[in-house]
Design a protein around this ligand. Structure first.
Ligand code: 3SK
Length: 527
């Protein structure tokens, strides 16, 4: 880390790096364009406005915004002022946000107008038994109806319009942060317990761009980047912020879901040169009647992460568009991809080879490194590792073991050095690239009055992608439809967590001590 010197502020670094291209377009969102000059002017003013709001250096602000031009302004603006943005998933529930607000002690929330209702519920949950620390809320394109509705329940909280706030703020000098100072947080979920506030430094995004984006993706100033994964995911943050801004490229942002039609529209109209997606998205696009022909798009490369890319999807995509999908493995804890295929050296069905600058070990149960052909736990050593999980010493110690970070994934390496995914070492499922805890889904299903017990596993669909399946035992004489149960889960949890398939069964396989044997259900599904 000495390489970056004693003082390093990521937002200031990005600003200094792009002084020669101030008139260039940095972002294109659903509404308009943002030049590099506007990005930097607004980021400085946003940082200044946060300080004027009473937020101090190293304190956190919650960033709960759909992808739009104000997202990078907010994220970099906070970092520029030495304030720590906590970027959170926009698909979660009021309970989740109540937890994150309390855990991060955020006093300001930067939020999309359409999420204000959920924020209001989260604040009500906090206020039931605690003092709420949120003092101000900043909203792009704030409407009068939103202010009225929000302030009826929370008159003590200041609601500010993003542009108005910025227009009256004075520009600011950057905070003189160090490379290892806390830069931002992302939340990482586990199979049990609450999400963990993963603390990343100012230097970490720099390293992901230097070690992965530049040498592996060969990202250049001329590129137009488009990521289906949103900016609040570690994957999306690199794809749509750290990587393009490190080389002065242009990025397309899209607020809504990355449906095939929404992605194709941008492929054809805005001509991205690099697309970043996840296997489920690629599979959906390949199945669509509207898949545009090669001559209508300008893709030079595609990237995939989130879950292992089945070989067949990679091969069909390459055949259609003539460009490779570079599949890799990253994690919220390592911030981005540390194991990857390479352009011109793609072995579909594998996650490729270690990215230079990262060291990887596959370890056995005794903690010793294993050789080729042996399945074990994957550990990573590299400069972009998070420093800790906030306020969670036990989980931090389990994951961040000295210079090594435990991935939670099982891997096997072949004699040519390619690594292949071989499952998780906890019960987490990755659905469409997002972690889902089977325990959380089971715990929600049993809250339905007709459900006695349930077990949730991951099963492969016809494209080789993991989908959640629930086995449900109903209470005697009670009935409920599959659709009703799915709607029940969607209502209580983030919508992507609902089980895609449900089987009603009379009993679940259990050990003599009553523990559910999920492995038996998995075996039964395979046969
Ligand atoms: O899921 C992944 O492989 C991934 C990739 C980049 C950054 C973060 C993650 C979780």
């Amino acid at each position: 880390q000495d390489f970056l010197g004693k003082q390093f502020n990521f937002a200031e670094f990005i600003r200094n790096k792009n002084q020669s291209r101030l008139n260039k377009i940095a972002y294109i969102d659903d509404i308009g364009q943002l030049t590099y000059a506007d990005l930097f002017a607004q980021m400085e003013k946003l940082g200044s406005a946060l300080i004027a709001n009473g937020v101090r250096r190293e304190e956190r602000v919650l960033l709960l915004m759909q992808d739009c031009n104000e997202w990078p302004i907010s994220f970099l603006g906070a970092m520029y002022a030495g304030i720590v943005p906590v970027a959170v998933n926009t698909l979660l529930t009021a309970d989740d946000y109540a937890y994150m607000l309390e855990n991060s002690r955020s006093q300001t929330v930067l939020i999309s107008d359409n999420l204000m209702g959920t924020l209001s519920k989260a604040l009500e949950i906090i206020k039931k038994d605690k003092v709420c620390e949120v003092k101000s809320v900043i909203v792009p394109n704030l409407t009068l109806e939103t202010i009225d509705a929000f302030q009826k329940s929370h008159p003590e909280i200041l609601v500010q319009d993003f542009s108005k706030l910025i227009s009256s703020a004075k520009p600011l000098e950057s905070a003189k942060t160090a490379p290892d100072d806390p830069g931002f947080w992302l939340y990482s979920s586990g199979s049990t317990g609450k999400p963990k506030g993963t603390v990343h430094t100012h230097a970490n995004p720099y390293w992901t761009a230097e070690l992965y984006a530049k040498p592996v993706l060969e990202i250049k100033e001329e590129d137009i980047c488009f990521s289906a994964a949103k900016l609040f995911f570690a994957y999306g943050l690199g794809n749509g912020l750290s990587f393009p801004l490190s080389v002065g490229a242009t990025t397309i942002l899209m607020a809504g879901r990355a449906t095939p039609d929404a992605v194709f529209k941008r492929f054809v109209e805005l001509k991205p040169s690099i697309f970043f997606g996840a296997p489920t998205g690629y599979s959906g696009m390949l199945a669509s009647q509207e898949l545009p022909p090669k001559h209508q798009v300008a893709l030079r490369m595609c990237s995939s992460a989130g879950e292992a890319l089945p070989r067949e999807i990679g091969e069909r995509w390459t055949k259609h568009f003539g460009c490779e999908i570079i599949d890799g493995l990253g994690s919220t804890e390592m911030l981005h991809i540390f194991l990857s295929n390479r352009p011109g050296d793609v072995k579909y069905g594998t996650s490729g080879k270690p990215v230079a600058g990262y060291e990887l070990e596959i370890r056995g149960e005794d903690g010793e490194a294993l050789g080729d052909g042996e399945i074990g736990d994957l550990y990573i050593k590299g400069p972009s590792s998070a420093t800790m999980y906030w306020n969670n010493r036990d989980k931090s110690r389990e994951t961040f073991q000295g210079a090594w970070t435990k991935s939670g994934d099982k891997y096997i390496r072949d004699t040519e050095g390619y690594y292949t995914y071989s499952g998780r070492n906890d019960d987490m499922l990755k659905i469409s690239g997002i972690y889902v805890s089977p325990f959380e889904v089971e715990g929600t299903l049993v809250q339905h009055p007709a459900v006695l017990e349930s077990a949730v596993i991951g099963v492969l669909d016809e494209s080789g992608l993991v989908k959640t399946k629930a086995f449900v035992v109903l209470k005697q004489d009670l009935e409920v439809s599959k659709e009703e149960l799915q709607a029940f889960v969607k209502d209580k949890l983030a919508p992507y967590k609902y089980p895609r398939m449900i089987d009603f069964v009379t009993e679940l396989p259990k050990t003599a001590t009553g523990k559910i044997q999920r492995f038996k259900l998995r075996e039964q599904e395979k046969s």
